[in-house]
Write a protein that binds this ligand. Structure first.
Ligand SMILES: [Zn+2]
Length: 379
């Protein structure tokens, strides 16, 4: 039997049909009003490691998260054997839902958030206290349990990424008086607060549920990597995506997607790490991209994750990877794909990375894997 969140169960979870007509205040209220969410709220404190400016948040409740994520290789997937809380409708209320060719994609609240509205119910109060505050979303790529970026239709993925872009734009550009002004980190763009978009797949890298999803946080806190991108820009007077395009030799290019390009970074820390660069380096946010640029991201994201499901078992490892969307000041716009192909040892912890493969060989193998897949163009 097909495993999915049914339309009937989703109807019971609808809080808002879509973000488009909502104010940021209404979106935040949707978090404060969510039953049970405050039980798993993080501690309202933040610490920073002054050596490398890593931000540390504390939330002991996250240890209670449900897991359905036992080791499953793609070739072994037959009938689902575990209960998926998402397909069962055992999740938070939905704030945005969009129809796909089969099923739908939707965004709701993370029941185990790393950021939470301040105690007063809103966000502004936190500005006065200097404590971390914000909201934490989950985007479920599809209501169908087994559908995700690696196996979905491009038209559907374009809808998925467009919903992400709509949310990103609303939060960053319409939060005046709610979030601190983050414009000083930007070039001529008035934004408020900081967005961070990631995907975890596999229990080895933090993915607690198999049902495909992305995570989005919106907070008053700049992440260590966002700060590093900005610092890179201050020092080099060009964004990191531009630097990477200018410093990637031809033999490290995996595939050109016309408005974006997939490369193995010359500093590859772990085998098969790769980066997708949006070629127009004036772009900083998903909401600034046109449909052609968004489609090129979908195509590459699908290609790379599909490859990971092939390559990681070849290495004797279960598929597990992180995907990081780097945006904002100093980044340009680039997406980092980090498969868990090698453990992190002591030397890596002191900043000496020893990688068990060389970038050129990895790029050559990924080119051979990916070459049969066609680039899709907008009709
Ligand atoms: Zn499911």
């Amino acid at each position: 039997m097909k495993k999915e969140l049914s339309e009937e169960k989703a109807a019971e979870l609808i809080q808002y049909s879509c973000f488009d007509s909502l104010s940021v205040d209404e979106i935040i209220s949707g978090f404060s009003d969510e039953k049970g969410l405050s039980d798993f709220a993080p501690d309202p404190v933040l610490q920073m490691d002054p050596r490398d400016r890593s931000i540390v948040l504390f939330n002991s409740a996250r240890a209670k998260r449900p897991h359905d994520n036992k080791t499953v290789f793609r070739s072994e997937v037959k009938e689902p054997t575990t209960v998926c809380p998402i397909c069962e409708g055992n999740t938070t209320r939905i704030m945005d839902k969009a129809k796909l060719s089969s099923g739908f994609t939707f965004i709701n609240k993370n029941l185990f958030p790393i950021f939470y509205p301040s105690a007063g119910g809103g966000l502004q109060e936190g500005v006065k206290t200097g404590n971390p505050f914000g909201i934490h979303f989950l985007q479920w790529t599809s209501s169908l349990h087994d559908c995700d970026w690696h196996n979905m239709d491009m038209d559907d993925l374009l809808i998925v990424i467009t919903r992400l872009a709509v949310l990103e734009k609303k939060l960053l550009f319409c939060s005046d008086g709610i979030m601190p002004d983050s414009s000083r980190w930007n070039n001529q763009k008035q934004t408020f607060g900081f967005i961070s978009i990631i995907k975890n797949y596999g229990k080895l890298v933090g993915g607690s549920l198999l049902h495909g999803h992305q995570q989005i946080t919106f907070s008053n806190t700049i992440s260590g990597q966002q700060y590093n991108n900005w610092r890179f820009f201050q020092k080099n007077h060009s964004c990191f995506s531009e630097h990477l395009m200018d410093n990637t030799p031809e033999n490290l290019v995996i595939k050109d997607y016309e408005s974006s390009i997939l490369v193995v970074p010359y500093f590859m820390k772990r085998p098969y790490n790769c980066i997708l660069i949006v070629k127009d380096v004036s772009r900083q946010f998903l909401s600034e991209l046109n449909d052609g640029e968004l489609l090129s991201i979908c195509q590459a994201w699908a290609d790379v994750t599909n490859m990971f499901f092939d390559i990681m078992p070849e290495l004797g490892r279960e598929p597990a990877f992180n995907i990081l969307v780097h945006d904002g000041p100093g980044a340009g716009l680039y997406i980092e794909f980090l498969p868990y192909t090698q453990e992190t040892g002591g030397y890596e912890q002191v900043g000496l990375w020893v990688c068990q493969a060389d970038p050129a060989s990895v790029a050559e193998y990924m080119r051979s894997k990916i070459s049969k897949r066609q680039i899709r163009r907008l009709s």
